[in-house]
Design a protein around this ligand. Structure first.
Ligand code: NAD
Ligand code: MG
Length: 382
């Protein structure tokens, strides 16, 4: 197994799964951004042979902490190589930086356990071409998509003609029920305080704007080959129902568990075996209520923006995700307000004109272009 993004929230929880299943996996490579000491600790604990770090300037320091016998690889090229290394590749990198993992794992016919939704969405037309490689398989770690994957078990035809719609659940984030006026007062600390999940900073902010759900609509459409007109977002504040599938006859199949990412991670790693850990077990001997409501699309325009990007197709999802990454980073650096994030993304999308994606190089150029447009809007607004 290769675990790329080993020092993040998904990465650490994946290591937790491995610690409890020590005989099931051999971790041959890991990668991370800049936390070299933590990477070295993981490398020692799991006897990892190859380690990727993000920046060339960290090479010497990485060599120093990792010691002899461990190969150090650098940047996107390093990620690409490590993604070809193992039978199962976990893509737990955050953001577009995870692209080499997604593309190379599939091109090499590996099982890709996918947390990194950004690269998958941005590269959807390119991913579609490499997904047919013999041996290649995508298993979704994202909890909603892992749920839908399980709920679709009996729907085997391509495009799922027996399915009326996918019902993607959303907790609603920390600002559920807030008016537009009240949202003007949001601070960084408020936005980083998610009610039901503990996650990395970027996805936590995405969950507060509901852009995460917008990205997940695109992710579900690309994963399951179902058009976004057949995908509906349902707010479910308890985060117990992780998503649902409605069949043509009105039957709805759901997957339930306590919110614990180790469950979908272990599902992907173990499949078709289920590990005996009961991370997600629900105690039905105590009273519970599960509630459902429609999202407030007026207060949270990120969702309609994502649907529009899906309908525009081509490079539009890549633009959406790139602009969002820039805006979220600016918010985390206190450069813009929370209420600026989605309008900046919308301002970039207003400039989108139909672009088809033909190659990875073309996609990288589109990503960079959208980032420049977002940065320009941020600079102009200050
Ligand atoms: P995080 O910020 O906690 O961790 C990100 C990881 O990526 C770190 O190990 C970091 O070192 C690594 N990284 C960043 N840039 C890199 C680069 N250029 N090269 C190599 N490594 C790099 O993020 P996270 O919350 O673990 O999320 C990871 C991905 O999983 C995201 O795409 C997110 O949307 C998705 N996801 C996360 C959760 C969750 O519960 N955290 C749930 C569903 C989906
Ligand atoms: Mg999710």
């Amino acid at each position: 197994m290769a675990l790329l993004g080993a020092t993040g929230s998904i990465g650490r929880q994946t290591l937790d799964v491995l610690r409890r299943e020590p005989d099931s996996f051999e971790l041959v490579s890991i990668a991370g951004g800049t936390r070299l000491a933590e990477l070295a600790e993981v490398a020692r604990e799991f006897h990892v042979r190859r380690v990727g770090v993000a920046r060339p300037e960290d090479y010497i320091a990485a060599r120093g902490v990792l010691g002899d016998g461990v190969e150090v690889l650098i940047g996107g090229d390093g990620l690409a190589e490590l993604a070809r290394d193992a039978d199962v590749v976990v893509n737990a990198v955050v953001g577009f930086a995870g692209l080499p993992v997604t593309i190379n794992a599939l091109e090499a016919g590996r099982t890709l356990a996918l947390a990194n939704k950004e690269s998958f969405i941005a590269a959807a037309p390119l991913v579609a071409r490499v997904r047919d490689t013999p041996g290649a398989l995508v298993l979704p770690i994202d909890s909603e998509h892992c749920a839908i994957y399980q709920c679709l078990a009996d729907s085997t035809q391509s495009g799922h003609p027996d399915v009326r719609r996918l019902l993607l659940t959303a907790s609603g984030g920390p600002f559920r029920g807030w008016s537009r006026e009240r949202l003007e007062t949001v601070t960084r600390r408020d936005a980083l305080n998610h009610p039901t999940w503990s996650m990395g900073p970027k996805i936590t902010i995405d969950s507060s704007t509901l852009m995460n759900k917008g990205l997940e609509v695109l992710e579900a459409s690309a994963l399951f080959g179902v058009g976004v007109d057949r995908i509906q977002v349902v707010v479910h504040p308890q985060s117990i129902v992780h998503s649902m599938v409605e069949y043509l006859d009105g039957s709805v199949i759901a997957q339930l568990s306590q919110p614990d990412m180790r469950l979908p991670i272990a599902f992907c790693l173990g499949r078709p075996v289920r590990f005996d850990h009961a991370w997600g077990a629900i105690d039905f001997t105590t009273a519970q209520s599960l509630t459902f409501e429609p999202p407030d699309l007026d207060a949270f325009p990120a969702i309609p923006l994502a649907y529009a990007a899906a309908r525009a197709a081509g490079a539009a999802p890549a633009w959406l995700s790139a602009a969002n990454e820039v805006a979220v980073a600016a918010f985390l650096h206190d450069t813009i307000r929370w209420t600026d994030i989605v309008p900046i993304v919308a301002g970039v999308m207003d400039q989108y004109q139909d672009v088809q994606l033909e190659s990875v190089e073309g996609l990288v150029a589109q990503d960079q272009h959208a980032r420049r447009l977002a940065s320009d809007l941020i600079t102009r607004g200050r």
